[in-house]
Every structure is written in C-alpha cells, then in structure tokens.
Design a protein around this ligand. Structure first.
Ligand code: ADP
Ligand code: MG
Ligand code: MG
Length: 204
C-alpha cells in the first residue's frame, strides 16, 4: 500500500496548508506573467476542499477525490480550477471503490489525470505550464525503479525551476511571448507543491 484514505486526506490538508503559506508567492509568480490571481484562486479552492473532506469520513479514495474535484471546479475560477478539478476527477474515477492502493494503481490514477489535463488544456511539455511538472512526475511514478518520495519531490522541483527558461505557449502567459522567459510558471509551482506533499505523505 502506498496511499489509503487516511493518507490521502493528510495529503489534501497538508497541501492546503502549504498553499495558504505560499499564497503570496504563487500570486507574485502570476503577477509577473499572468493576472496575479493564482495564489488567491488556489488558496480559496483548497481551503474549501479541505473543509469539504473534513466534514465527511471516507471509506473510498474515489469518493474523497471526487469531493475535492467538485469543490475545485465549483470554487476556483480561471484556468487552474477546471484543470486541477479534472485531475482530481480522473483520480476519483481510477480509484473508485478503493480504500487503499498500491504503487501501480497510484501511477495509473496519475497517468489518467495527466491525460485529462492534456485533453482539457491542449498543452504539451515545454509549453511552460503545470504539464512541465506533471509529465516527469508521473513518468517517475510509473517508472521501473523503486518509488522514493525524495526523488519524486526532486524531479518535480527541478522541472518546476526549469519552466523559468521556457517561453509560454499556453495560458495567459503566452500573450507575453518571449517576455514570459525568466519567470517560473505559477501552475508549475503549485504542481510542485502537490507532488512534494504527496511524496512526503507516501513516505510516512
Ligand atoms: P488564469 O490564468 O485563468 O488566471 P490561474 O492563474 O489560476 O488561471 O492559473 C494559471 C496556470 O494555469 C498557469 O501558470 C499554467 O500552469 C496553468 N495553465 C494555463 N493554461 C493551461 C493549459 N492550457 N494547459 C495546462 N496548464 C495551463
Ligand atoms: Mg492567473
Ligand atoms: Mg485569472
């Protein structure tokens, strides 16, 4: 078992805590190449998601992820709400009826989530979006080697930092063209928080 209902709830609560702490940082990143609301959007959405899962007790990872998805879709505007909402909806479908999952099932859920993100946003790696973190993090999870939480977090961190050098091809930052170069993508930064928090929780 790498993830069960209790760990998944811990993941969402801890991720919410980090997003609240880094709300200003995420907003500053989005101020540089977008409209300056990424931290505000996610802080609102993940607080509501944390509240929603606290109000319930779950026997099913699918049901927990579905409540997170519905809350994010309902409460977070902009590009990131529907994207993160889609990702959690795909996790909920992959993990439906499961109280706990092994690494293979975890990787399957995240593969489906990544597919969902790509279908919805039409972004590819290199477009300076959250996909630049999701793709390598999911590839690591689905890979052959042993699953090491620190390694997963460091893959996500490196790729998040790598978005600084990229020119945005999708989302609001794409309007800036080459002027988007030199700034970390806000959605890549929030996705790093998502994967580094997951990495911590699966290692506990
Ligand atoms: P908005 O741009 O609508 O204000 P946010 O600021 O909350 O929404 O989120 C911006 C982030 O969403 C970007 O930094 C990027 O990572 C992600 N994003 C935007 N468009 C796409 C897309 N088409 N595919 C994947 N990710 C995207
Ligand atoms: Mg924005
Ligand atoms: Mg916006």
């Amino acid at each position: 078992m790498v993830l069960d209902v209790e760990k998944a709830a811990r993941w969402i609560h801890r991720l919410n805590g980090k997003i609240q702490e880094q709300k200003q940082y995420l907003t500053d990143l989005d101020q540089a190449i977008g409209d300056g609301d990424h931290g505000i959007n996610l802080a609102r959405g993940f607080q509501e998601a944390a509240n929603a899962i606290s109000a319930n007790s779950y026997q099913d990872l699918g049901a927990l992820c579905k409540d997170v998805a519905m809350t994010l879709i309902g409460k977070v505007g902009g590009a990131s709400g529907p994207l993160y909402g889609t990702a959690f909806m795909k996790l909920s479908m992959a993990w439906k009826g499961q109280k706990e999952i092994d690494r293979e099932a975890m990787a399957k859920g995240f593969k489906d989530a990544l597919e969902g993100l790509k279908m919805r946003g039409k972004a590819q790696p290199g477009d300076k979006t959250m996909i630049d973190v999701w793709e390598p993090a999911v590839a690591y999870m689905a890979g052959e080697g042993p699953l090491n939480g620190e390694e997963l977090a460091s893959v996500a961190k490196e790729k998040m930092e790598g978005t600084k050098e990229l020119e945005a091809k999708k989302g609001r930052a794409a309007y800036l063209g080459k002027r988007s170069i030199g700034h970390i993508d806000p959605g890549a930064a929030s996705s790093y928080l998502l994967f580094s928090t997951l990495a911590e929780v699966i290692g506990e």
